[in-house]
Design a protein around this ligand. Structure first.
Ligand SMILES: NC(=O)c1ccc[n+]([C@@H]2O[C@H](COP(=O)([O-])OP(=O)(O)OC[C@H]3O[C@@H](n4cnc5c(N)ncnc54)[C@H](O)[C@@H]3O)[C@@H](O)[C@H]2O)c1
Length: 322
């Protein structure tokens, strides 16, 4: 079996390769083809992967190429994590919205839309090449904004394209650790897409452990999202938001130097820009009442959803489906 990794010069590639190395035999994986636009990045990644092989005492053949077709030919799976516009693009996507007092993030808000405008056309081209060169391959998309990008490439690849995001699972793992539990013992009621999501229930059987967690400031202080949002705000929400857009919800006050620079710009432009005078919104400054509290009805329906999920899981396992 062959896997093509698009964005093969990315900094997460050693982690991906390490995971493949550990499972290569069980999966029947024989070959990894790394593809990237930048030869220099591929050249830097190769010795890291060789080091991993030496460290683990296992081998998994890999090759590097700047020719997409070479990577795709014969591929059974395509894993795609590219950053169109590189980090320079991300800086603009995130800083410009933040300067205007709105969400500055690469998957949501104006930053996410700008990233999508750059990325979707490139990804549609990639998907067309995959359809041509590796028509049987499964396409696993990690490229952000993962929701929009996956929707676009599914028009070319249909159900063979799947979008994935590691941040919901990360939040669930941290919450389980805060509760002193293993994630596989619990059922997580998480809703949302990619980086815009909320954890609204953590079930141990019929019992929701989330209200207890939200009531305990010491437990909340033991994990990232708990510290970031703080007990008061989390209790007003009755849920835990995904941390990715949190940096945008919790806007930092503008520094004096920056405000001064913008004022100068404002006066140079003859007062046309009102950006520096614009008031920023921040939940830290917004009364908790502004956010909807979870209602009793909401709690009941979450428990019902958990029950239904468990019973559908039972019926899937008895019918032999996975
Ligand atoms: N879905 C998720 O949970 C999740 C989590 C983290 C990152 N991401 C996304 O994964 C992608 C990669 O992120 P990263 O931080 O690993 O980036 P990175 O900058 O480390 O690597 C990206 C690589 O893509 C290459 N590249 C850029 N445009 C390309 C193109 N058109 N064709 C081929 N290669 C190209 C770059 O040369 C670079 O080597 C981004 O879109 C990022 O938003 C998704």
């Amino acid at each position: 079996m062959k896997i093509a990794v698009l964005g093969g010069g990315g900094f997460r590639v050693p982690m991906v390769y390490g995971a493949l190395l550990a499972r290569a035999e069980r999966l029947g994986l024989e070959q990894v083809a790394l593809y990237d636009l930048e030869e220099g990045r591929l050249a830097q990644i190769a010795p890291v992967l060789e080091g991993l092989e030496r460290e683990r005492g296992t081998r998994l053949a890999f090759s590097s190429t700047t020719r997409l077709d070479d990577a795709l030919d014969g591929a059974d799976f395509v894993f795609c994590a590219i950053r169109v516009g590189n980090l320079e693009g991300r800086v603009v996507d995130e800083r410009v919205p933040l300067d205007e007092g709105v969400v500055g993030q690469e998957t949501t808000g104006p930053g996410g839309l700008c990233f999508a405008l750059r990325t979707v056309p490139v990804m549609v081209d990639v998907a067309r090449r995959v359809a041509e060169r590796a028509p049987q391959a499964w396409f696993v998309n990690f490229t952000n904004p993962a929701g929009l990008v996956t929707e676009a490439i599914r028009a070319e690849l249909g159900d063979r394209a799947v979008g994935i995001c590691d941040s919901p699972a990360g939040l669930c793992r941290r919450v389980a650790a805060a509760l002193g539990r293993r994630p596989e013992e619990l059922w997580f009621d998480y809703f949302g897409l990619n980086h815009l999501g909320w954890l609204r229930g953590v079930y141990d059987g019929e019992r929701d452990l989330l209200p207890g967690l939200l009531a305990d400031d010491a437990l909340l202080a033991s994990f990232e999202e708990g510290r970031l949002f703080g007990g008061e705000w989390l209790r007003s929400l009755g849920m835990i938001p995904n941390r990715a857009p949190s940096s945008s919800f919790v806007n930092r006050p503008r520094s004096t130097a920056r405000t001064g620079a913008r004022r100068k710009l404002h006066s140079r432009r003859g007062g046309q820009r009102a950006g520096s005078a614009r008031r920023r919104t921040s939940p830290r400054r917004t009364p908790p009442q502004a956010y909807p509290r979870r209602t009793t009805t909401g709690r009941t329906s979450a428990a019902t959803r958990a029950r239904r999920w468990r019973s559908s899981r039972r019926s899937r396992s008895t019918s032999g489906a996975s």
